[in-house]
Design a protein around this ligand. Structure first.
Ligand code: CA
Ligand code: CA
Length: 191
């Protein structure tokens, strides 16, 4: 009897702590002049939210290099190295794809889109927010937890692009090109 009460209390606690869209707090996420990045957990998904605070022109329907886009890539095995067919990532919608889900081949080579099979959803918006009342580009990537194979900790980086400007987070810098990645510094969230 005591055990069943304990389990009941425990399950309530777990359910409470897993309410929909609970923000996963971590000091390493980004809140600066150029970007606001947060991660939220819902029942079956991890949701990564990116505001590109200074991108106040909507170029989402243009063709690269005149378009806006966003990459979110994961160091799935957390070893700070890029591993072929282990580490994967997602690119935001283009005129050709709703999402580009790929495995890494090396630091500058990705599989074709859909090379990593996922039901993740990547959406872009052009809206005003608390962070910037001028409408600007925001991105939301919603990834099924099953894509992470039971992992409850994620190391990842985010890249944003607007015509002529690449940005990389957590460490802001000017990368050599849009699809060059390294995992020396990553953001980490746990759930
Ligand atoms: Ca733009
Ligand atoms: Ca790795």
């Amino acid at each position: 009897m005591k055990i069943s009460i304990y389990l009941f209390v425990l399950s309530c606690f777990l359910l409470t702590s897993c309410e929909k869209d609970e923000p996963l707090t971590d000091s390493s996420l980004v809140d600066n002049e150029t970007a606001f990045i947060r991660v939220f957990e819902s029942e079956d998904h991890i949701n990564i939210y990116v505001e590109s605070l200074q991108d106040t022109i909507d170029n989402r329907t243009e063709e690269y290099p005149l378009s806006d886009f966003c990459f979110v890539v994961f160091d799935i095995n957390g070893n700070a190295a890029i591993d072929e067919n282990i580490d994967f990532g997602f690119g935001s919608p283009t005129n050709d794809y709703d999402i580009c889900s790929f495995y890494f081949i090396d630091s500058t080579t990705l599989t074709a889109c859909a090379g990593f099979e996922s039901e993740a959803i990547f959406t872009g918006d052009f809206i005003a927010t608390e962070k910037n009342m001028t409408p600007h580009i925001t991105w939301t990537l919603s990834i099924p937890k099953k894509d992470f194979s039971g992992t409850r900790s994620l190391d990842f980086i985010v890249k944003t692009y607007e015509p002529g400007i690449y940005r990389s987070y957590p460490e802001e810098r000017t990368p050599i090109n849009a699809i060059q990645f390294d995992f020396e510094k990553t953001m980490t969230v746990e759930w």
